[in-house]
Design a protein around this ligand. Structure first.
Ligand SMILES: Nc1ncnc2c1ncn2[C@@H]1O[C@H](COP(=O)(O)OP(=O)(O)OP(=O)(O)O)[C@@H](O)[C@H]1O
Length: 417
């Protein structure tokens, strides 16, 4: 899948391509290797995944459905095809109920897919489950811990299962306990631990022993900032070479910081997929330019000493003439603001003024208006002294804005499932 092909419209074609590729892969693996080479296969390969839940599982005894009505279905994942390469952290984003957790649950065998296949490190999770699961680490959204087993014992068990050598065990466990600030809870049974500590333990259990593929379902939820920092650092340091991770999060900042690519799911469908930079370029509004002028008093205080009143007599004269100062300042503000507006219009003719206050202007600048960032910054720097600019920021569209665009798209196109 190329990054250009990352809109929902193209997905049918993608699914067809994926199907024929799966067919080739399963019918003649040698042929596949010749065509695409052993390197071409992603570590995680999800193909045409679909998950339907019956109405009964939604409403228990199904007392609300009439007998003669066909059972209703809830489609949680639709035609999801996605690959995660070695060295990659792929972020799955989406509002509540978008289908992210269901996808992960299928990948870990917790939920059976209605259709589609998942291969982890070359092993099918349905045909070759044991081998597939040996390579997987999983931090589920809801902590799955033994309540009468201690924090340390959980980590020891997982580390040993993953083949960590005895001599490395203590050092490794203490790295996680210290980094996540749960040392003092190490010997507590998890039933006596707080939600935050349990969350940190779930994350450590997924990571300890360096499994080849790690699935992290909202791992940082409820964590304090220092532990979150450790989590970010370990994720950024871990997934190089042959390992990879899939991460769901509601924090766009986190996705931007950790993920090499992100996919946005809306109502079970993957609506876009690409690097964060690519998605910002493609769907973002471009840049936001915010300029704050110096406070007018600061401009006066910066005027040379000789032009300021030197004696109390002069100060008195100045005070007596204060009636004239307000309109003068007001004129000055208008002139400075006008000069600034002219400057921005000259720099970015297609920019739109979004917000305007006496000393602060916010512009939206389209992507195409910026051909050279270096030139923009050089002109802004030069204008700083000429136009009494206190500070400015020129930043690209955030992932949050891209995400909201898709949420809006969803509202416009929502259909009954
Ligand atoms: N066992 C189930 N039975 C019926 N419906 C289910 C079941 N599990 C999930 N769903 C439905 O599938 C949809 C997708 O849920 P899922 O938990 O995968 O979303 P999500 O994107 O992970 O949301 P969140 O961010 O809240 O975790 C939801 O509408 C949910 O109600």
């Amino acid at each position: 899948m190329t990054e250009e092909q990352c809109t929902g419209e193209y997905e049918d074609e993608d699914v067809r391509n994926e199907r024929s590729r799966v067919f080739r892969l399963t019918s003649n693996p040698q042929q596949f290797q010749q065509d695409e080479g052993p390197q071409a296969q992603p570590v995680v390969l999800v193909k045409s995944l679909r998950k339907e839940f019956s109405q009964e599982s939604l409403c228990g005894n199904c007392c609300c459905c009439a007998d003669d009505e066909p059972p209703k279905k809830k489609i949680s994942v639709r035609s999801l095809s996605i690959g995660v390469d070695a060295g990659e952290v792929l972020g799955l984003l989406g509002h509540n109920g978008a289908g992210k957790t269901t996808t992960m649950k299928i990948m870990t065998g917790e939920t059976a897919p209605t259709r589609g296949t998942v291969r982890v490190a070359g092993h099918s999770i349905t045909i070759n489950q044991d081998d597939a699961f040996k390579t997987l680490g999983y931090c589920p959204q809801h902590d799955a811990l033994w309540k009468n087993v201690t924090v340390r014992e959980h980590l020891e068990l997982y580390a040993r299962i993953r083949g960590v050598r005895s001599k490395d065990l203590n050092r490794l466990i203490s790295t996680y306990l210290t980094g996540l600030h749960i040392n003092e809870h190490a010997n507590k049974q998890t039933q006596h631990c707080s939600g935050g500590t349990r969350r940190k333990l779930s994350y450590a259990m997924a990571m300890v022993g360096a499994p080849k593929v790690v699935l992290l379902d909202e791992p940082s939820t409820g964590m304090d900032p220092k532990s979150k920092r450790f989590l970010w650092d370990t994720i950024l340091a871990s997934f190089h070479g042959k390992r990879c991770a899939m991460l769901t999060t509601h924090s766009m900042e986190e996705a931007d910081a950790l993920c090499s690519r992100v996919g946005i799911m809306v109502k079970g469908e993957l609506r876009c997929l690409g690097s964060t930079q690519h998605l910002k370029n493609l769907y973002g509004a471009g840049y936001t330019l915010e300029i704050k002028l110096k406070h007018i008093e600061n401009v006066y205080s910066e005027t040379p000493v000789e032009s300021q009143p030197s004696s109390s007599q002069e100060q008195l004269q100045l005070d007596q003439s204060t009636d004239h100062i307000a309109p003068v300042i007001s004129n000055c503000i208008d002139n400075r603001s006008m000069a600034l507006r002219n400057f921005v219009t000259d720099l970015f003719p297609s920019a739109t003024l979004e917000e305007s206050f006496a000393d602060r202007l916010v512009y939206s600048v389209p992507q195409q208006a910026v051909s050279s960032l270096a030139e923009c910054f050089s002109r802004l720097e030069k204008a700083k002294t000429e136009l009494d600019i206190e500070e400015y920021s020129f930043s690209q569209t955030t992932l949050e804005q891209v995400f909201l665009k898709f949420a809006h798209y969803d509202e416009e196109t929502s259909s009954v499932q």
